[in-house]
Design a protein around this ligand. Structure first.
Ligand SMILES: [Zn+2]
Length: 114
């Protein structure tokens, strides 16, 4: 049986949604200068500093900046990236700039349909 116009319409909408989502993710990844591993490392570091060592937030990016320098990254680029995603101070980075924004964990595995 040939597809009905409704089928085609539904498929077009689904394709459009998928393309939109892919563009959004690609854009988020492009604007985030940190690699997934680097972001996870930063988050672990901030979590330890803020919640385990218990040093309260300034509230500035006073820990993110030296962390970036220490990792051999450009601190200005890193700060710019985290601010774009709502991280205006160290604790906001820890709360807002989470890896799932970029869907790094959702890259379909080989043989797995989206
Ligand atoms: Zn803070």
């Amino acid at each position: 049986m040939p597809p009905t116009p409704q089928d085609n319409e539904a498929r077009r909408k689904k394709e459009f949604r998928q393309q939109y989502k892919q563009r959004e993710r690609a854009e988020a990844c492009r604007r985030m200068r940190l690699q997934p591993d680097e972001l996870r490392k930063l988050l672990n570091y901030l979590e330890e500093q803020l919640f385990r060592v218990g040093v309260p937030c300034d509230p500035t990016l006073s820990r993110t900046r030296p962390w970036a320098a220490n990792e051999g990254l450009d601190p200005e680029q890193v700060l710019e990236s985290v601010r774009l995603f709502g991280g205006y101070c160290d604790c906001e980075v820890a709360f807002n700039v989470t890896p799932d924004l970029f869907r790094w964990g959702e890259i379909p595995k080989a043989g797995e349909a989206e």
